[in-house]
Write a protein that binds this ligand. Structure first.
Ligand code: AMP
Length: 249
């Protein structure tokens, strides 16, 4: 079985994002970036399927500027076999990304396509759904467990108030939720080896796909600062303060 895993290069999850002074976007110049955490979980799941002898080849695909190679190297260091960068400058939206991913999937013909449930930078949570629709295959979203059964994949899904078990015919698109697994720690020698592995580069504009954005970003603003907390000496004082706050609200 061949698995394609989509990995996005995003601002590191430990960084508190700052808005550019002109409010035009989030500042990413000089900011630490890394693999989208849900995509790291998707890579880990592909690796576990390979270690069980179910998958034979894992191909990591990223779409973006040249620095997305760092995220592809991360996937290679974890154990992915090959990496493909689709070079695209400027803003990308889920529909454009799904169309570009489809171009690689049409070529590679994988049985399983793994994505993260959402990218932590734009929080869209749309690409997996759109990709499945474009490919005309089933989608198992927010997976917390994946079981391969011959030509079928069973996906335990995290849904409102519980979980749901769905069975999909392969090929299928599955998006990883937080509880699917805990990604492995990358050892330094693997990191060094990944630096030497080749990364195939395709140019988005040459793939015959319309990936132009449909939205224009108007403004980005910091959330309003939180009011400082107040220490109270007793429950009675707390109740009194809450009553005043409610009257004033
Ligand atoms: P989103 O719909 O933007 O929240 O992204 C959902 C998932 O789609 C991510 O977790 C990735 O697996 C994949 N994805 C989104 N954008 C990209 C990108 N530029 N390159 C590779 N994968 C992406």
């Amino acid at each position: 079985m061949k698995i394609v895993v989509a990995v996005k290069h995003v601002v590191d999850y430990n960084i508190v994002p700052r808005v550019k002074q002109d409010g035009s976007d989030v500042e990413i110049a000089g900011v630490k970036m890394g693999i989208n955490p849900f995509d790291e979980i998707a890579v880990e799941e592909a690796l576990r399927l390979k270690e069980k002898g179910i998958a034979k080849e894992i191909i990591a695909v990223s779409i973006g500027a040249d620095n997305s190679k760092d995220t592809l190297r991360h996937a290679l260091a974890m154990g992915a076999d090959r990496a493909v960068l689709i070079q695209a400058e400027g803003a990308l939206e889920p529909l454009g990304v799904a169309r570009l991913l489809k171009a690689v999937i049409d070529r590679e013909q994988p049985e399983l396509i793994l994505l993260g449930k959402q990218a932590i930078d734009d929080d869209a949570g749309q690409t997996g759904q759109m990709l499945a629709a474009l490919l005309g295959v089933g989608q198992g979203l927010f997976a917390s467990q994946i079981t391969l059964n011959g030509n079928e994949v069973e996906v335990q899904r995290e849904v409102e108030g519980g979980s749901e078990l769905v069975a999909l015919q392969l090929p299928a698109v599955v998006t990883a939720d937080l509880r699917l697994n805990e990604p492995r720690f990358i050892k330094l020698p693997n990191m060094m080896m990944a630096k030497k592995k080749p990364i195939e580069t395709l140019v988005a504009a040459e793939l015959g796909v319309d990936y132009a954005p449909r939205l224009s970003l108007q403004k980005v603003a910091e959330p309003a600062p939180r009011k400082p907390g107040v220490l109270v000496n007793s429950v009675a004082e707390l109740v009194e303060k809450l009553r005043i706050e409610k009257v004033l609200a």
